[in-house]
Ligand binder design. Structure first.
Ligand SMILES: NC(=O)c1ccc[n+]([C@@H]2O[C@H](COP(=O)([O-])OP(=O)(O)OC[C@H]3O[C@@H](n4cnc5c(N)ncnc54)[C@H](O)[C@@H]3O)[C@@H](O)[C@H]2O)c1
Length: 318
C-alpha cells in the first residue's frame, strides 16, 4: 500500500520539487497544505503544482497552518509530515516579526499537535542555517551550543526545532530537523539573491550589493536538498536529529555575481549598500553528520548549478 505523506508549503520552491520527486517514485499518496500566501505571487505557486492537479495520488488543501486542520487530517490521515510552510526570508522578518512568529512558531506547534492527535509517526521540519547566527565556529556543526539567532526569522526557526524536540520527547514522534543552507535552482523564490540579481542583471538595472561583496554563503542546489529530504524520510535510527544540508563550500558574493554575468551573458551594474541588520557574514555547513547518518552526498558544484539555474531563468523571462 502507498504511504501517505503531507507536505506543508508544498506549493513553494522546495516543497513543489519534493512533491514532484515523491509522485515520480510512484509509491506515495501526496497531500499539500498551502495557503498560497502573497509573500510572492500565488500564481507562481499554483503553476508549481499544476502538472499534478489531475493525478489521483495527489491532493491539495488550500489551508493556513495556523487554522484548525482537523478536517484535513480526518480525510488524509498522513503517516509522515514534511513541514516546509513558513514565512521565509531574513530581512522581511525584521519588518513583520509578529507574523513570522505566528506562522513559523504557532503554525509549527499546531502541526505538531495534529501529529500527536492523529498518531503521525514521523515529522520532518524545514529549518535553516540562519539559526547559527554569528557566534558559531565555521564550518557550522549541528551540536554547536553557540547558536544565537540574529533575526526574527532565525529565532522562529530555532523555536520550531525546540518545539519539535519537545513533541518528540513527550509523544514519541520521530523528528528530523533539516537546516537548509541557501537553496537555489529552478523556481527559486524571487526574493532570494540568485533569482533577484538575475532579474535585475537581465533588465540591465543596478543590483544592490550589501557589504563589500566578500560575504560568503554555502549555496545548495535544489536536487541535493531533495536528496537529503528523501533520505531523512527513510531515516529511522533515532527519535530526534538535526542535520545540516549544504554543499559544504563557501562562495563569495562577488564570485556568485561573476557566475551570473557569465551565464546570463550580461554585465551587472553594482550598487554598493551597507551591510543589512540581521544578515550574517558567512554560512558554511559541516555536513559530516548528514553524510554519515543519512548517506547524504551533494553533487552539484555552484558553477554547474548556476548554469542550470540560468537556463531555467532565461526560459521564464524570454
Ligand atoms: N529556500 C531557502 O534557501 C531556504 C533556506 C533555509 C530554510 N528554508 C525553509 O524551507 C522552507 C521552504 O522554503 P522555500 O524557499 O520553498 O519557501 P516558499 O516561500 O517558496 O515556500 C513556503 C510555502 O509555504 C506557504 N505558506 C506560508 N505561510 C503559510 C501558512 N500560514 N499556511 C500554509 N502555507 C503557508 C507559502 O504559500 C509557500 O508556498 C521554509 O520553511 C523555509 O524557511 C528555505
Amino acid at each position: 500500500m502507498n504511504r501517505r505523506i503531507l507536505v506543508t508549503g508544498g506549493a513553494g520552491f522546495i516543497g513543489s520539487h519534493l512533491v514532484d520527486f515523491l509522485l515520480k517514485e510512484n509509491e506515495w499518496e501526496v497531500a499539500v497544505v498551502d495557503n498560497f500566501d502573497d509573500f510572492y505571487s500565488p500564481e507562481i505557486k499554483k503553476a508549481n503544482l499544476k502538472s499534478h492537479f489531475s493525478d489521483p495520488k495527489f491532493s491539495l488543501y488550500e489551508a493556513d497552518i495556523r487554522s484548525n486542520l482537523s478536517s484535513v487530517f480526518e480525510s488524509f490521515r498522513p503517516d509522515i509530515i514534511v513541514h516546509l510552510a513558513a514565512l521565509a526570508g531574513v530581512r522581511p522578518s525584521l519588518l513583520r516579526p509578529r507574523e513570522y512568529a505566528e506562522v513559523n512558531v504557532a503554525g509549527t506547534l499546531n502541526l505538531l499537535e495534529m501529529a500527536k492527535v492523529y498518531g503521525v509517526k514521523k515529522f520532518i521540519f524545514g529549518s535553516s542555517s540562519s539559526v547559527y547566527g554569528e557566534k558559531c565556529r565555521v564550518p557550522f556543526c549541528e551540536d554547536d551550543k553557540a547558536a544565537y539567532p540574529i533575526s526574527p526569522y532565525a529565532a522562529t526557526k530555532l523555536a520550531g526545532e525546540h518545539l519539535c524536540h519537545t513533541y518528540s520527547h513527550l509523544y514519541g514522534i520521530q523528528v528530523v530537523c533539516l537546516r537548509f543552507f541557501t537553496v537555489y535552482g529552478a523556481r527559486q523564490r524571487p526574493d532570494l539573491a540568485i533569482h533577484k540579481f538575475s532579474k535585475l542583471i537581465w533588465e540591465e538595472k543596478p543590483i544592490p550589493v550589501f557589504g563589500d561583496g566578500t560575504t560568503k554563503r554555502d549555496y545548495t542546489y535544489i536536487d541535493d536538498i531533495i536528496q537529503g529530504l528523501r533520505r531523512s524520510i527513510d531515516y529511522e535510527e533515532s527519535n530526534y536529529e538535526i542535520f545540516n544540508l549544504g554543499e559544504s563550500r563557501t562562495v563569495e558574493l562577488g564570485y556568485l555575481i561573476e557566475l551570473l554575468e557569465k551565464n546570463l551573458g550580461k554585465k551587472a551594474i553594482i550598487e554598493k549598500k551597507p551591510m543589512q541588520p540581521g544578515d550574517v557574514s558567512i554560512t558554511f555547513a559541516d555536513i559530516s553528520k548528514a553524510k554519515m547518518l543519512l548517506g547524504y552526498n551533494p553533487q552539484t558544484k555552484i558553477e554547474d548549478g548556476i548554469k542550470k539555474f540560468a537556463e531555467w531563468f532565461k526560459l521564464q523571462y524570454f
